[in-house]
Design a protein around this ligand. Structure first.
Ligand code: ATP
Ligand code: MG
Length: 358
């Protein structure tokens, strides 16, 4: 299993429900032989070229988030993308297998180009081609399973195409990965607190895992609900109402007796909101309590980890070493398949010498 995140900011609750929670479950279930989790700092630089310090600072923030949600360096290899030169090498060869028009069709890249305000052909080549380097990230470690949010679906499809093309031309070498999406619809693409796009570090509409209890409460209070639900007695809409979407993502049956005993379950709460007579504040208070229950233990572990940053850096260094070994192994198979293993292949020297002596 492999997956990663861009160190462009601390991680948020969208990451948690979209991918982090699943990773920790899979890690602890022991389903996979090997688990690779990486910080995509080189990818982050594709659209933060003039902000290297932002990426550098967030490498530590994201590592703290990883460890505080329960990723365990004894069970999962945590590493930093830019420190694996084999990734550049593999991406370079993958570039030959993808056309410009295929990249232009990628819907996630299209949205992200708009979001970042790149216009026409002013988009940096590195950013435009990041789906290719992402295919290298996945295949260098022969990942079979990639747990990610819905925005990553086009990237995985692109990666599978590259693998098929590569294996067709050079013989079976690389592994076609499967995407593993969250099974709860609300978690596929958690919206931001503004109710608009997906929650994203780049949009400033996030509840961060590291936010204090007060910050979480404040953010929940000012969240987007149903704009037509003006008076308590008005009937309200639950669909597209971000507060209810977050409840779909986080709320479990046992939360009701603990924090909202007037209601037996989420369906009943929604039904009351739809009928009218249930105020936004009451639902928001409940949501804040549910979020606190999930975030509090994460926050406590983070505070502990923050006391020993050198140990955190050492975890990344050791993980990166392990990842490099695995990557070097695949890369030597790739070079052999691509017929560019001149110095490793003893028969090459003999063959060529014989050829020129005839
Ligand atoms: P950036 O704005 O820098 O792109 P981001 O917030 O989109 O940051 P990424 O690092 O791009 O975060 O995404 C890391 C992982 O988290 C991916 O698997 C992605 O699908 C998932 N993810 C990110 N945001 C959400 C979200 N709002 N809901 C569900 N999953 C998400
Ligand atoms: Mg993103």
């Amino acid at each position: 299993m492999l997956t990663g995140d861009r160190p462009t900011g601390p991680l948020h609750i969208g990451h948690y429900v979209g991918s982090l929670r699943r990773r920790v479950e899979l890690q602890n279930a022991g389903t996979f032989d090997r688990i690779f989790i990486f910080e995509a700092d080189a990818q982050a630089l594709t659209d933060n070229v003039d902000n290297p310090d932002k990426v550098r600072q967030n490498v530590i923030e994201v590592a703290l988030d990883y460890l505080s949600v329960g990723l365990d360096p004894d069970k999962s290899t945590l590493f930093i993308q830019s420190q694996i030169p084999e990734l550049c090498e593999l991406s370079f060869y993958f570039m030959n297998m993808v056309t410009v028009s295929r990249l232009q069709r990628n819907p996630t890249v299209k949205t992200e180009i708009q979001m970042r305000g790149f216009s026409g052909e002013s988009i940096p080549v590195g950013f435009f081609t990041y789906p290719i380097s992402q295919a290298a990230d996945i295949t260098l470690f022969k990942a079979t399973t990639v747990p990610v949010g819905e925005d990553q679906e086009p990237m995985l499809e692109q990666c599978r195409e590259i693998v098929r093309r590569f294996n067709n031309i050079y013989g079976p070498t690389l592994v076609e990965p499967d995407i593993l999406l969250p099974d709860n619809a609300a978690c596929l693409r958690l919206p931001g607190t503004d109710g608009k796009a997906k929650m994203s570090k780049s949009l400033g509409n996030c509840i961060y895992l590291k936010d204090s209890a007060d910050e979480v409460e404040k953010k929940v209070k000012s969240m987007f609900t149903d704009p037509d639900h003006l008076r308590i007695n008005d009937p309200g809409k639950v669909e597209g109402n971000t507060v209810f979407t977050y409840l779909d993502a986080f709320c479990r049956p046992e939360h009701f007796p603990r924090y909202l005993p007037d209601y037996p379950n989420l369906d009943e709460l929604k039904a009351h909101y739809r009928r009218g007579g249930l105020g936004d504040m009451k639902v928001k208070k409940f949501l804040a309590a549910v979020l606190q229950e999930t975030l509090e233990p994460i926050r406590i572990r983070r505070a502990e980890l923050e006391k020993d940053i050198p140990a955190v850096i050492e975890i990344l260094r050791r993980g990166t070493e392990v990842a490099r070994e695995a990557g070097a192994q695949t890369m030597s198979e790739v070079r052999r398949a691509m017929r560019i293993d001149y110095f490793e292949d003893q028969t090459f020297t003999a063959e060529q010498a014989a050829k020129f002596q005839q």
